[in-house]
Design a protein around this ligand. Sequence first.
Ligand code: BES
Ligand code: ZN
Ligand code: ZN
Length: 493
Amino acid sequence: MEFFHSSEKSEKIISDSLIFFVAEKEKVSGTLAAIDRKLDGIVREVLKSEEFTGKEKQVAIIHTHQKIGSRHLLVVGIGKGLSRDALRKGSAVAGRRAKTLGAKRVAVVLPVGFLPQSEAAAQAIVEGVQLGTYQFLKYKSVPEKKHPLESVVIGAPAARRRRINEGIRLGQLFVQATTFARDMVNEPASHMPPREIATAAKRIARQNPQIKLKVFDAKAIAKLGMGAVLGVAQGSDEPPYFLHLSYVPRGAKRKIALVGKGITFDSGGLNLKPGKHIENMKFDMAGAADLLGLMSVLPDLKPKVEVHALIPTCENMPSGKALRPGDIVRTMDGKTVEVINTDAEGRLILADAMVYATRLKPDVLIDVATLTGACLVALGEEIAGAMGDSRSVLKAVFQAAEQSGEKFWELPLVDEYKSLIESDIADLKNTSRSPYGGVIEGGLFLREFVGKVPWVHLDIAGPAWAERDTNPYLPKGATGFSVRTLLHYLLAQ
Ligand code: BES
Ligand code: ZN
Ligand code: ZN
């Protein structure tokens, strides 16, 4: 989808749908009032008769009968504030509606209130329209109509051109990274085994000479001493991989290590997940997919920091060879872990990857993982958990999330709960029998493997997958949640 800036008067812009955003209780004014005059007052009339108040997700459609350059107007409510996320959501609503109207070319009038932040606003529009109209159609044999939307014009004064174009450029890259992750996560586990995760990483490295890749196969993983990855992988016929991608720009002063959970299917292992709990578990590699999407755009985004993405990937399956409850695995730093529950596999493979990450001596370590069902219980489906021992990294992540619109909430990593993961016979156990505080328990376990590196853990178990169509730019299925926050984070370094 292409995006352009135009400084033409909105009535002159040629499009199928001309989109106006209206905040709650905002009066028809400015450009929309001018168009209303051209259309003999029909805009005010329709908004009144449809009781349009500017509430989020509200849309009014007005046919223009060729009195202006666009076939119809879409007036879209963006709720109370002038927040970027309201604009992102409004753009998604508008994009979806334009699509059902069969529009090929749409134009968006940037509300005057957003002019002081034109760049961020343009980025939000690009993200909203494209993330909102995303579809995963690969397996539809009767081709569902691909949406016809081809181009989007962003209407704003000429003086804003440079900023709008920069916002468009950033938005396109953020969307590309997010879509990359969504496509990988939406693939069935049969088509996205660890081998395919490695293939995706190789493709990224091939297409971007600035991304370096090291691929460790089972033998090399054994050589590294990653006993936890091998343990989790041993029940599956699919061999594990450990991937190390790096982006090292010249003159970088800081080094950021990112670790992503890449369980391509989490059956639970011998602690087999019951009934409904197993249904979505192809999504358990979302952390890994997010990092691959993110890495794929770094050569174009050019953050000033060194970035390392570390991805342990394997499949958690029950079989005669599978890890048993009570077994003990040894992590890369030599710690022994008693496996109480084979379904708490994410923290096992992350432990090895985090030890590897600390050996790179990064300034910051952030891990992203669909780690615990407990996080869904605590924070619901739309909010990710954040934990860590570094106030400054947490703060930077929250600031980045402010820009992306993704929601994170901090949970406390209190020492009082450490006994939950103390084992009688090994250095640690991978879970307690307590039904409470599972998110923190997961965080505390990971903390054992970060050494002194400032670290933040992001538990994206809830928002990595949208069960419902509640947020208009997160259609049902894989969301790519965390990609845009992490990109903002890297750009702010
Ligand atoms: N991949 C799951 C986490 C998960 C569960 C995400 C449900 C989304 C929905 C993880 O590997 C897991 O199974 N965690 C267990 C941990 C428990 C055994 C301590 C859980 O949350 O039930
Ligand atoms: Zn599990
Ligand atoms: Zn899992």
